[in-house]
Unconditional design. Sequence first.
Length: 290
Amino acid sequence: MSGLRLMAVHAHPDDESSKGAATMARYAAEGHEVLVVTLTGGERGDILNPAMDIPGVRERLPEVRREEMAEAAAVLGVQQTWLGFVDSGLPEGDPLPPLPEDCFALVPLEVSTEALVRVVREFRPHVMTTYDEKGGYPHPDHIRCHEVSVAAYEAAADPEQFPDAGPAWEVSKLYYSHGFIRQRMQLFHDELLARGEESPFAEWLEQWSKDRDEIMGRVTTQVECADFFDARDDALRAHRTQIDPNGRFFAVPTELQRKLWPTEEYELARTRVRTSLPENDLFAGIEGAS
């Protein structure tokens, strides 16, 4: 197979590098076309790397995040486009404050769906990836990303929906990416302790919500991509305002990750082609490019 197309739909810049990045880098290296669609500009994200919380960065954060995104895409070898919506921010407090009026999560679903359908019909992906119904975690933009992606998967194939958005295109498969899996974290945690090293995952594991224990049971597809973990990490580091290079993302040595868990995980949510589960390839069942 060659010339197949993968579209990864993400809520903010940096999400693409923490969710399925090694998979995208692998497919791009194999000659497939990969497009990251970033729904918002990440304008309301905090500066999570203390080294970047310096004068001049916060004042131009939207521009900085675009620069970071461009660098990350180049590292992964993928294309990237912006859908142009405004970050909703992560509401905190009890009760939660209302969302900002201009934010992505409050845009009518048909408006954001049509915008994504335009990109789908132009790029014509064979496979789309997005988040599950919980958004991976309960950020309003991540949940909305799920809703918009599923709606666009269905609508793009229907010529009667959004007829001004281009000729209809049937995406063959839609996947949910699953990155935060307890079994994976537990495996790394136990190995670090066995080596006499400190584990950064103890607090996470203690606070792990029981309703997320089922995630590995939902996984249908594991993509071998260990050779691209370095590219994934370099893409993460490109998002300097969001990713602390001394943080937990980089706590487990890459060689140990390659040995213990060399895959990235997905759930086949929709398909228009026949395939056999479990899979080891997002393009399984798709015969060739068109």
